[in-house]
Design a binder for this molecule. Structure first.
Ligand SMILES: NC(=O)c1ccc[n+]([C@@H]2O[C@H](COP(=O)([O-])OP(=O)(O)OC[C@H]3O[C@@H](n4cnc5c(N)ncnc54)[C@H](OP(=O)(O)O)[C@@H]3O)[C@@H](O)[C@H]2O)c1
Length: 274
């Protein structure tokens, strides 16, 4: 599996399996087993996805030792509001049946809370329960606010990014600070699979639009966490490292941006001025 070195030295796979809305037991076992066979080692969940328990069980039985897996989960906004990141982390560890997380993220920059939450997160690094800490859905100004209160730079910023919403400025800012960008919803939830440009470029390389969109992100230096419930998609979405897209086609995809947000801002932070 191709990996990237995070800013404190940990290796993170460039490809992972997203698990949002996979809450059915049979689906979790099928997706985990298929993904493991296809070479995925990173699994992305969140306390709010309500699947940590099942995912933990499926990963325990998947046949790959824990040390070779990379498990990411996220603290939900309520934990930030209640000042209960410690409890949230412990509950996630229990549900996932693991003594440590490879990556723990603040799911959203909750107004009035997120800088203090970040300072709480820093403490988790020292006792071995979390290998790397990071953020999700943070804009440049949120990252600047963290920098003002903390010497610990987030290892990862997980943000929505795909050809229909190319976050060029934010990506370049993160890269200048040593923050690895991980693309959430890298398939725009399926919305560019019939797009004419993606289909034409896909035909040129003998690849699916999904593979083109994911490879475009990889070539921008991003990690990706596509989700699928179909074995053939899980497998083909992993086949990203045996081809590359020429610069002229990368430039065409760059121009597809239409600022299309597919991930809604949760109600409890709807006042956030994005
Ligand atoms: N931090 C955050 O706030 C945040 C927000 C959003 C997502 N995420 C993370 O990112 C992960 C991925 O995002 P997502 O689940 O929202 O959506 P996504 O991965 O962008 O898209 C998933 C959709 O694409 C379809 N798909 C997958 N592979 C395909 C292929 N090869 N060809 C055609 N269609 C394909 C899937 O349908 P099939 O099942 O039919 O393949 C599904 O409908 C999440 O699961 C979650 O882990 C994080």
């Amino acid at each position: 599996m191709n990996t990237v070195t995070l800013n404190r030295g940990d290796e993170m796979p460039l490809l992972g399996l997203g698990t949002y809305k996979i809450t059915d037991e049979a689906e979790i076992y099928m997706t985990v087993d298929t993904a493991i066979e296809a070479g995925y080692r990173l699994f992305d969940t969140a306390s709010v996805y309500k699947n940590e328990e099942l995912l933990g069980r499926a990963l325990q039985q998947c046949g790959v030792p824990r040390r070779d897996l990379f498990i990411t989960t996220k603290a939900w906004n309520t934990a930030q509001r209640l000042g209960d990141l410690e409890g949230s982390l412990n509950r996630s560890l229990d549900r996932l049946k693991t003594s440590y997380l490879d990556l723990y993220l603040l799911h959203w920059p909750v107004p009035g809370c997120y800088t203090g939450s970040w300072q709480e997160m820093e403490k988790f690094l020292s006792d071995g329960r979390v290998r790397a800490i990071g953020v999700s859905n943070f804009e440049i100004r949120h990252l600047q606010a963290l920098e003002a209160v903390s010497g610990i730079v987030p290892a990862v910023n997980q943000i929505e990014n795909h050809p229909l919403w190319y976050r060029k400025e934010l990506i370049e800012y993160c890269q200048s600070k040593g923050i690895q960008v991980q693309a959430a919803a890298p398939l725009a939830r399926g919305l560019y699979m019939d797009n004419d440009i993606m289909c034409v470029i896909g035909t040129k390389y003998g690849r699916t639009p999904a593979q083109i969109g994911l490879r475009w992100a990889i070539q921008k230096g991003l990690a990706v966490i596509p989700k699928s419930l179909r074995p053939e998609h899980i497998r083909s979405n992993a086949d990203l490292f045996s081809f590359s897209i020429e610069e002229e086609d990368i430039a065409i995809i760059d121009k597809m941006n239409e600022n299309l947000r597919t991930v809604g801002i949760p109600e409890d932070i709807a006042d956030l001025n994005f």
